[in-house]
Each structure stands twice: as C-alpha cells, then as structure tokens.
Design a protein. Structure first.
Length: 115
C-alpha cells in the first residue's frame, strides 16, 4: 500500500487549498479513506472521512462547512478541499486507509496558513 499526498503549501488566511492523495497497492474503490492532520504540539486528529462510493462523509467540527472531501475511484485519488483557511489549520495533513486491520499513512503534506 502506498499513499502519496500533494497540494500543501503556504496560504494566506482566508485562502483555499485542495489536497490530493493518490493511492496504490490495494483496491482503492473498496475502502473508506480518511484525512488526518497533526498541528505543531498537538496530537494527530481526524479531519474528514469518505465512504467507498463517496455518498457519505464525515467532517471534524472545526472544518465542517468549509471543507469538502471527495474521491475519484477511477484515478485512485482522494481530495480534501479546505476554504476560508485559518492559522489554526496549519498542520501536516496525512492520507489514511485501513486495509486488513492495518492502518497505512502517507508521508504527509505541510499546510501553513500565515500572512
């Protein structure tokens, strides 16, 4: 299993980013996918999840209403769009999947929100 995130960067407050995670090594369309983040000095937290078909999603309260998780099963890719970015969104964002009771992680992509 391999997960490769991209799309992070330095953004001004109020800006937007779309993170991507391209997966390989497993049947992508058969598994729910998750985005986590770890802010400086904090524990890693679940940000958003999406079911296999994309019909059901979950968002952590702090990003609800300004974030969208989506997936393209033909491209083995899951996305996280975050709008109205705030300095407290600064974190390393990780893609995650659990396959056969094993949790896999990407290397992460840094998002920094600062003026």
């Amino acid at each position: 299993v391999m997960l490769v995130e991209s799309g992070g960067g330095l953004v001004q407050p109020g800006g937007s980013l779309r993170l991507s995670c391209t997966a390989s090594g497993f049947t992508f369309s058969a598994y729910a996918m998750n985005w986590y983040r770890r802010a400086p000095g904090k524990e890693r937290e679940l940000v958003a999840s999406i079911t296999t078909t994309g019909r059901s999603t979950y968002y952590e309260d702090s990003v609800k209403g300004r974030s969208t998780i989506s997936r393209d099963n033909a491209q083995n890719t899951v996305y996280l769009q975050i709008n109205s970015l705030k300095p407290e969104d600064t974190a390393v964002y990780y893609c995650n999947v659990q396959v056969s009771s094993v949790r896999y992680w990407g290397q992460g992509t840094q998002v920094t929100v600062s003026s």
